[in-house]
Design a binder for this molecule. Structure first.
Ligand code: APR
Ligand code: PHB
Length: 394
């Protein structure tokens, strides 16, 4: 079978939010790129992910001029809540930081980027099979794939792995030159999406003796809720009513009184993990987003970290293709990781504070209560949480 060859400046593997955002930013700078995605557009849009955007993410959509739906439909949130039994601690992020977050589903953001690809001259090849990266240590890396029975080769100057935690990019980096940092958590989040109004106008993260719960939302008529469950739990054992009953207990009486129940339109269990792969560059391969790191969803940092990686990568690649600035590419990993580690710390500490770990005893619980008391009574503590929640500067 003969191979069809394409040449480009940047080959991006993966068309999740990281790959699409990067592709658009590079096109806006006049840099040629091709995005290769294993799945179909519908499959990519079928994945339900978090929905709280930091300014860095909103800012990139604004810069691209792709923020009209985000502006019209995104919900501005000036605060969120930590619940502990009957107590509700409100973190007033607007007052504490002068900023806010925007509630807008990752699915919608991905759709906006996808819909604009053709008009912006961004080539995205969907259903690309057997994507494989080659010679990333050289100045002539290339990526091969198969589509509709035809073999393809994309020759590039730089390859960017935006292919999520399970993608092939990270795996071509030899074990000896990188390090993995990992923490698995002894529970997963069972999520339920339903077309019912949210129980509260702001998010509530709850630590209850029966476990964690989160009341979130996608719009004024669509709610997203989570509870933590042991990893051994099966979805079949969680009919909708059982999930609603559990949410009503864990979120506390005030929220429970306002919960509107309805049939789930999506229900899934996702494991929680903290993971960092460093460095995030090897030769002419850069990694962005979940390909290089995972955070537990407590704090909704996953998508926003992908966006800040992409911001640094686009800057580095623009400097490289405009001014032949190889140092900018070499410096990408350190710049990105400095922000990644702070988001890892925040996500880990909020997870630690709000979940009942099976191995915890009375001492660990007393530490949680003391920390929540401190947060409730100290503006300094609230400011620290708020500035991490709205997103640290890029
Ligand atoms: N070939 C081509 N594409 C691939 C391959 C492969 N072998 N393996 C994975 N991909 C694609 C996936 O199908 C997916 O569309 O890479 C994309 C990765 O997208 P995401 O997993 O969404 O990761 P990322 O773009 O880094 O987005 C950051 O933020 O909220 C978090 O984890 C959440 O998706 C989220 C992330
Ligand atoms: C969500 O809406 O899916 C969501 C919100 C906040 C989180 C995690 C997930 O911390």
């Amino acid at each position: 079978m003969s191979e069809r060859e394409d040449k480009t400046q940047v080959c991006i593997v993966g068309a999740g939010p990281a790959g699409l955002l990067l592709g658009h930013l590079l096109r806006a700078e006049g840099i040629d790129c091709v995005v290769l995605e294993r799945q179909s557009p519908d499959y990519v849009l079928g994945r339900i992910r978090a929905g709280v955007l930091e300014q860095v993410t909103v800012g990139l959509m604004e810069r691209l001029g792709l923020d009209s739906r985000l502006k019209a439909e995104g919900l501005i949130h000036d605060g969120f809540n930590l619940a502990d039994g009957e107590r509700l601690i409100r973190i007033d992020i607007a007052d504490l930081t002068g900023r806010h977050v925007v509630v807008y589903g990752q699915t919608e953001l991905t759709r906006d980027l996808m819909d604009a690809s053709a008009e912006r001259g961004l080539t995205v090849v969907y259903e690309a099979n057997d994507v494989a990266l080659h010679d990333v240590e050289s100045d002539a890396p290339f990526v091969t794939y198969e589509k509709d029975g035809q073999a393809h080769r994309v020759s590039a100057r730089i390859v960017v792995g935006c292919d999520g935690f399970h993608g092939p990019s990270r795996r071509v980096i030899p074990a000896g030159v990188a390090r993995e940092y990992e923490r698995e958590y002894p529970f997963g989040w069972l999520g339920i999406l339903a077309d019912v109004p949210p129980c509260n106008h702001e998010l509530i993260y709850a630590n209850h003796e029966r476990g964690f719960a989160l009341a979130s939302q996608r719009s004024e008529v669509r709610s997203r809720y989570y509870i933590d469950v042991p990893l051994t739990e099966k979805l079949e054992d969680w009919p909708d009513d059982r999930v609603w009953d559990e949410l009503a207990i864990r979120l506390g009486p005030e929220a429970a009184a306002n919960i509107t129940r309805g049939p789930s339109i999506e229900k899934s269990i996702a494991p929680l993990r903290s993971y960092v792969f460093a460095p995030m560059r090897h030769g002419n391969l850069l990694l962005c987003g979940d390909a290089a790191h995972i955070v537990p969803p407590t704090g909704a940092k996953g998508l926003n970290l992908a966006a800040s990686d992409v911001h640094y990568a686009a800057e580095a690649l623009t400097a490289f293709f405009r001014r032949n600035d190889a140092d900018a590419v070499a410096g990408y990993s350190d710049r990105a990781l400095a922000r990644v580690w702070k988001a890892e710390r925040f996500s880990w500490s909020l997870t630690r504070l709000m979940h009942r770990f099976p191995e915890d005893g009375p001492f660990e619980r007393a530490m949680q209560v003391a920390e929540l008391d401190y947060i409730a009574s100290s503006r300094a503590a609230q400011t620290s949480i708020a500035e991490n929640y709205v997103g640290l500067p890029v």
